[in-house]
Design a binder for this molecule. Structure first.
Ligand code: NA7
Length: 538
């Protein structure tokens, strides 16, 4: 276990972790507890990962705060009080800073350090992780905790560089905030980020123009303060709740059994959806267990939401444009909002449907779309991410025989259990492609990955082996399983970022594992119990 810097600007560790989001922070803590020397490298000037950068007004998590926290340490959870049902970005970031302080993680984190490459030295059996600061960190192991939604993406609009106003991406927001008061603002994109930002931007701006390509399904968040009794109740039952959550599909301690749509009469089914819309009982997409596999059920739920849009949006033509059609509800990640549809009733808010009026170019004074120029002071790109693989493909990762991960993944990402890639020994990935990732509560997935990887490294230490690598056959079989499970659902019937469809030229592969956290954990545990079957040890 070494932790030293030699004269040539190389620092040696047992493990180098990339990224100080939820996965990376716990990985650091867990490995350090097992006696490994670890260095965590983070591009931001603070911890938080995507929660560090997503500082746009209205940014919140779409998972309830009581669930969107670590479960591995009772003292950590007892020492924190959440204020709202859905925490704001500043509160989540403050929580992550609290955890980093409490566990004394900061002494092993190097901030403002962007990893540029990670190269495996087959002779020395170690990874050389190079950074923009010029220092190279070597580790016997490298863990990429780089996040699924961290590589921001601005589509190629011609003329952007000529724009005289200000422009921002929601996922890389200025730390001192942005004031839209008295300004003519455009938001391009109506995924979760746009949907959260738009109602607030409309209140501030002189005029807001929303450029929408695909209308998204969004449901009322029903955000509210968390009552003391509710917080206390979760606190005192936390261990049982967390253990239960880890055995569910979604990683949620609120997961409950529901009946398929066919088992309800119509009035009863509508009443269930109405309750969900009003934030009582199961969430809208969880009312019926067959929503993501049975097109009729899916359409029933979708039609219910379409009816709500028509009720809220006063102008029927505007309601039509805002109504999602042509893809299953839930197949693109649905958003939770506060007053989203109602915002379009405001006189200072305009919707431009870019399928009907395509964006031709950005001009010095605004956006030219459908032959009309929209005069603007600010443009916000709420255009999302090169999801799941983008953060990795932006690092020059080279495994055996100098083969790059980009080459290995040119037809789409392939992993064994989401944890490793054949040809890249001692490199681990977390909560990304091939894992349930964001299709379950991602912190539960991260915790599962952290614990599995830590136990694996401990087992290797005991056995005296220095190298672990996914076997190509195991990787192939897992990839097939991930694909088969996805293709048995309606998830594959939309142009979503789960499929890489939002990035031109990206291979169309369904990346996260839809089979559920419980099945995924079982597969990982089985592999470990079978002596790490599917992996080769040297
Ligand atoms: P998303 O969900 O990927 O949304 C991006 C939005 O930007 C979406 O509406 C896109 O339309 C739109 N977009 C992308 N490219 C263009 C172009 N070229 N022209 C017009 N509109 C475009 O990202 P978010 O940041 O909102 O949310 C990401 C996740 O973070 C979210 O799912 C939660 O898990 C948290 P499209 O639908 O592709 O037609």
């Amino acid at each position: 276990m070494t932790d030293e810097t030699n004269g040539a600007g190389v620092s040696r560790f047992d493990v180098v972790i990339v990224g100080a989001g939820f996965s990376g922070l716990y990985m650091l803590h867990r490995l350090r507890r097992s006696g490994f020397s670890v260095r965590l490298l983070e591009a931001g000037s603070g911890v938080g990962g995507t929660w560090f950068w997503n500082r746009y007004p209205g940014c919140r998590c779409d998972i309830e705060s009581l669930e969107y926290q670590y479960g591995f340490d009772d003292e950590v959870q007892r020492g924190w009080t959440w204020s709202e049902k859905y925490a704001t970005q500043p509160e989540i970031r403050a929580y992550m800073e609290y955890v980093a302080d409490k566990l004394d993680l900061n002494r092993d984190i190097q901030l403002e350090t962007r990893v540029t490459s990670a190269v495996y030295d087959e002779d020395a059996r170690q990874w050389a992780v190079a950074t923009d600061g010029g220092t190279t960190f070597t580790g016997r192991f490298c863990v990429m905790a780089t996040g699924s939604l961290s590589a921001t993406r601005i589509p190629e609009f011609s003329g952007l560089e000529s724009f005289q106003g200000r422009n921002y991406h929601t996922g890389d927001w200025p730390s001192d905030g942005v004031d839209f008061t008295g300004r003519r603002v455009a938001v391009i994109g109506t995924g979760s980020s746009g949907i959260q930002l738009i109602p607030i931007a409309a209140q501030q701006a002189e005029h807001l123009t929303v450029f929408q390509r695909t209308p998204n399904f969004t449901f009322p968040a029903g955000n509210r303060p968390i009552a003391k009794e509710e917080m206390d109740n979760v606190r005192s039952n936390f261990t049982e709740l967390r253990d239960f959550a880890h055995r569910t599909r979604s990683g949620s301690f609120n997961e409950s059994d529901t009946e398929p749509l066919a088992d309800h009469d119509r009035a009863e089914a509508l009443a269930l959806l109405e309750r969900a819309w009003n934030c009582q009982g199961p969430r809208l997409l969880s009312c019926f267990p067959d929503t993501m596999v049975n097109p009729e059920t899916n359409d029933f739920v979708a039609e219910f939401v379409r009816g709500k849009i028509r009720e809220i949006v006063q102008n029927p033509e505007l309601a039509r444009k805002l109504t999602p059609v042509g893809y299953p509800i839930g197949a693109k990640r649905a958003a939770l909002d506060t007053n989203y549809y109602d915002t379009f009733n405001r006189p200072n808010t305009t919707l431009v449907d870019v399928r009907e009026e395509p964006i031709e170019r950005i001009t010095p004074g605004g956006i030219l779309a459908g032959g009309k120029e929209y005069a603007l002071d600010d443009i916000v790109f709420a255009t999302g991410y090169d999801a799941m693989t983008g953060a990795l493909s932006r690092i020059d990762i080279r495994g055996r025989a100098d083969v790059t991960l980009a080459e290995r993944w040119k037809a789409g990402p392939k992993t064994y259990l989401g944890l490793q890639v054949a040809g890249f020994p001692n490199l681990f990935m977390m909560a990304g492609a091939g894992s349930p990732s964001v299709l379950a509560i991602v912190i539960r997935v991260s915790e599962q990955n952290v614990e599995w990887i830590s136990q694996c490294l401990e087992a290797m230490r005991v056995k005296g082996v220095t190298e672990i690598e996914a076997l190509p056959d195991a990787e192939e079989a897992w990839g097939r399983h991930v694909s088969d499970v996805a293709h048995a659902t309606l998830f594959v019937r939309a142009d979503s970022w789960y499929l890489g469809a939002n990035v031109p030229g990206k291979p169309r592969v369904f990346m996260p594992y839809v089979g559920g956290l419980n099945r995924y954990s079982d597969a990982c545990e089985k592999a470990a119990a079978d002596g790490y079957s599917g992996f080769a040890f040297t």
